[in-house]
Design a protein around this ligand. Structure first.
Ligand SMILES: [Zn+2]
Length: 220
């Protein structure tokens, strides 16, 4: 579903979906899905740390189970950890019971690493269907979507994605990126380079990079 259509339909039809914080403050929430990944996650965490930036990592349970120490390091650097289900399924083909199981098992592995912060939820493929929304409502959670993506799963050159970022940046935006790609593992090198480019330019321009909880807590 294209960005404008998603933004138009989802909040009204299927309950509240977090897409952006309306603000004039220079604040951006970078989000990284599908990880952790030993080749990229530590480097992104290190880049964030260098620029005193924070972000939210929506992990898949299967990857978190393989690399729990990466969740610990990400957490210790003051980033937020989110739930992106266990195996990244197409929710449309799953029964409610199975969706709940996937969310709970991912919460459990995140908690097992010692993380005590809020665990936000992002649906695989950003698909918020009524069946999923019913589950989330029961769990008193709102799904976190995104304001714009840079299509980084297609692995374009970092400069191409950076130009997209410059075109789309807006205060209070949530940006979708991937430190892993669970469905079809791919080289995430360009995303790491892109993160460095974004942090370097926009930190000097006075932008603050925050977690989803921080973004939601700022005044509109
Ligand atoms: Zn994903």
């Amino acid at each position: 579903m294209s960005g404008w259509l998603r933004n138009l339909i989802l909040p009204e039809r299927f309950g509240r979906v977090i897409i952006r914080r309306k603000t004039r403050q220079k604040i951006i929430a970078l989000t990284f899905d599908d990880g952790p990944n030993p080749l990229t996650t530590p480097r992104i965490v290190e880049l964030l740390h260098r620029y005193q930036a924070r972000a939210t990592f929506f992990v898949n349970g299967i990857n978190a189970r393989k690399y729990p120490e990466l969740i610990k390091t990400t957490n210790l650097a003051d980033n937020e950890i989110g739930n992106h289900t266990e195996t990244h399924p197409y929710i449309i083909f799953k029964k409610q019971k199975e969706i709940i199981k996937q969310i709970i098992s991912t919460d459990q592995i995140i908690r097992k690493t010692g993380y005590t912060g809020i665990i936000h939820f992002r649906a695989p493929y950003g698909l918020i269907l009524p069946s999923l929304n019913r589950v989330l409502r029961k769990m008193q959670r709102h799904p976190v979507s995104w304001t714009f993506s840079l299509l980084d799963w297609q692995c374009p050159a970092p400069e191409v994605m950076f130009r997209r970022f410059i075109r789309k940046i807006i205060p209070g935006a949530i940006v979708l990126l991937h430190d892993e790609f669970t469905i079809e593992p791919s080289n995430r090198e360009n995303t790491v380079k892109l993160v460095g480019m974004i942090l370097e330019k926009y930190s000097t321009e006075g932008y603050q990079f925050v977690t989803i909880s921080e973004l939601m807590s700022i005044e509109e």
